[in-house]
Design a protein around this ligand. Structure first.
Ligand code: HSE
Length: 403
């Protein structure tokens, strides 16, 4: 009999317990042993819960119990989870987690601790919810040189943007629905300000390029400034707005960013709507591969956690491939040196725009006031672009990406 502990009983934690017991018989067959959840760590009192006999408020019960083989950390954040995960690995227990903040900020260190104690630290659920991406990237595409990764990595913001684009719905109303459906983070600013996407692209970049990319060094913009006017202008050039995390290998360094971007409707990412996520991986031998599925929500995420539990139970040594080295900030190319094409909406006349930006493509929308002007620039370095924007009264800017 192999015993499991679950740290946290929120949306993903309760989903993990639900999926585990629903599929227990088939999981036991896969692992070749009897399985059970022995503990659920939760600080709230849950007297009416079906599994109340498993609840504990004391982490020591878990870390000191030699029967516990695998621990699933689904608390979120770093404050408590970092210490808990570290202690479990040091106690010789494999850990699986859905916690992207933890993996993005402490991944290199925790992978090293896991290796030192011959156990595993798995985190399939941390990126893309129920989409298998970590293991395919790490194993199936391991013979390829990965050149680039770009993804719609946040279900909440994709849900909001889809409502804005397809139903003309305002930002606040769409966010409220996403929260009610259990997609959003406890503090939804992590979703709408782009930090959640940033953490996920950092995890993918670290895995793909073998060195830790820390979120602090990555330029990050969210979707809070996008208006229905921007949506309409983009529509006029057969494009949609998506929050994209992208990372591309440039020699020994990585170009990486999170930003709302204009994507042509022909792109494989453009048709990804609602809570769905998609991750495009571009590699030298295989070319483009797109992973698609539900990127948030209780059961899709829980399914990935339970799959990791099963894998950890089947593996009695540290996976050799699931790792990356630590790195300094110099691995990331400074934001000011990156270049892109840009969409701009400003209060300006066409002559002034051309005198500042040179040749541009002007856009139109129904009902636009005479003073408003929207256009797409040629390729510009971020620094130069910011300088030119200072010469106009700019309402909003977006990057135009070719994925
Ligand atoms: N808040 C996240 C999202 C949950 O909306 O994608 C899944 O990581």
């Amino acid at each position: 009999m192999k015993k499991i502990a679950v740290l946290g009983y929120g949306v993903v934690g309760s989903g993990t317990v639900e999926v585990f017991y629903k599929n227990k018989a088939s999981l036991e067959k896969k692992v070749g042993d009897e399985l059970d959840i022995k503990y659920i760590l939760e600080i709230r009192d849950c007297p009416d819960e079906r599994y109340r006999d498993k609840f504990t408020k004391n982490f020591d019960d878990i870390v000191n119990d030699p029967e516990v083989y695998v621990v699933a950390e689904v608390i979120g954040g770093v404050k408590y989870s970092y210490g808990y995960v570290k202690s479990c690995l040091e106690a010789g227990k494999s850990v699986v987690t859905s916690n992207k903040e933890l993996v993005a900020s402490k991944g290199a260190e925790l992978l090293e601790i896991a290796r030192a104690h011959n156990v595993n630290f798995f985190f399939e659920a941390s990126v893309g919810g129920g989409i298998p991406i970590i293991r395919p990237l790490n194993q199936c595409l391991s013979t390829d040189e990965i050149e680039e990764i770009a993804g719609i990595l946040n279900g909440t913001t994709n849900f909001i943007l889809t409502k804005m684009i397809k139903e003309n719905m305002g930002f606040d109303e769409a966010l409220k629905i996403a929260q009610e459906l259990g997609y959003a983070e406890r503090d939804p600013s992590a979703d709408v300000e782009g930090h959640d996407t940033c953490r996920k692209i950092c995890i993918l970049a670290s895995l793909a390029f073998g060195r830790h990319v820390y979120p602090d060094g990555v330029h990050t913009e969210g979707i809070t400034k996008i208006t229905l006017e921007d949506v309409k202008y983009c529509e006029s050039m057969n494009s949609v707005i998506k929050l994209i995390g992208f990372a591309a290998k440039r020699g020994d360094n990585v170009a990486i960013m999170t930003c709302p971007a204009v994507i042509n409707e022909e792109s494989q990412l453009a048709g990804v709507n609602d809570v769905f996520n998609a991750i495009l991986v571009r590699s030298d031998a295989t070319g483009d591969v797109v992973f698609y599925g539900k990127g948030a929500g209780k059961l899709p995420t829980a399914s990935a956690v339970v799959a990791d539990i099963t894998n950890a139970l089947k593996t009695d040594h540290t996976s050799k491939t699931m790792s990356w080295k630590d790195s300094g900030q110099e691995f990331v190319i400074p934001f000011a040196k990156l270049s892109n094409r840009f969409y701009v909406r400003a209060e300006a006349d066409r002559k002034t725009v051309e005198s500042v930006f040179g040749e541009v493509r002007f856009l139109s929308r129904d009902g636009a006031p005479d003073s408003e002007c929207a256009f797409v620039t040629g390729e510009l370095n971020e620094n130069d672009f910011a300088g030119k924007c200072r010469d106009l009264n700019v309402f909003g800017t977006l990057r135009v990406l070719d994925y």
